[in-house]
Design a protein around this ligand. Sequence first.
Ligand SMILES: C[S@@+](CC[C@H](N)C(=O)[O-])C[C@H]1O[C@@H](n2cnc3c(N)ncnc32)[C@H](O)[C@@H]1O
Length: 268
Amino acid sequence: MNKHNRTGTDFLQWALPELGYRWRGFRKPHAQVLQRIIERIHELELSGYKEYQTFLEHHPDEWKRLDQMLYVTISRFYRDRKLWDELATNILPRLVEGNAPELVVVWSAGCCNGEEPYSIAIAAHQSGMLDKITIIASDRYPHLLERAKIGLYPESALRELTPAERSRYFTYNDKLLEYRIDPVIRSSVHFEERNIRHSLADDFFHIIFCRNLVFTYFNNTEQIQLLAGFRNSLFNDGYLITGSKEQLPDEAGWIKPWANVPVYRKAP
Ligand SMILES: C[S@@+](CC[C@H](N)C(=O)[O-])C[C@H]1O[C@@H](n2cnc3c(N)ncnc32)[C@H](O)[C@@H]1O
């Protein structure tokens, strides 16, 4: 690690707790976040992190600006492959059968460029159930939602898909060197801008995907608050799906681990 990064990580370790985040989550992807902060430091014509810290201390409004820079955009299709097989073969059929003729409602919270909600649609299509579910996908950042709606991806985003899934659900664009998502899959997701800290989605859900966001980047107090919100938003017998390396806070006694994947089921 060079000197420049070291002072950047010192800055993050000082600033993150002030905004309800925890350093542990940002440790690995911190370079992505620091890149935005460096741009801001240049924009303000400051000389470094220390001066930016002083600027924050004298300009309380700047904290809002900083908060908007603290996000990570790592995602891919079928991230944590085992989960998606369980969803397609077990969870979705179970919910669709139990709720017919009503639609099964799924929320992808922190949907990034659309990789996660489109994976949900692909899994539902593979089990012949795409017309039996509604998929809502939200993110705090409009530019990510715009990208998601366009549905163009680099090859790296598809690396957990089988060759058959790639050719069934994507068309390669050799001018853009990117893969375009199938239009039926694309049109099956409803995107909305939402900051999960300030508002949960309005509906009740059968499945909430909250992966690699709250339980990675937010501090314990925020995690407990949002978990309580998820409890209210989930139907009995609904599922909360987290990232494979995430751990729920102790207050999660109302929700039980499901199978050998990062899935929890709300006890009926
Ligand atoms: C690391 S990505 C995870 C994407 C996807 N859920 C996955 O696991 O592959 C985190 C996403 O959460 C979004 N995000 C960060 N803070 C948010 C907030 N307060 N409200 C809603 N979305 C947020 C980011 O913009 C980013 O798209």
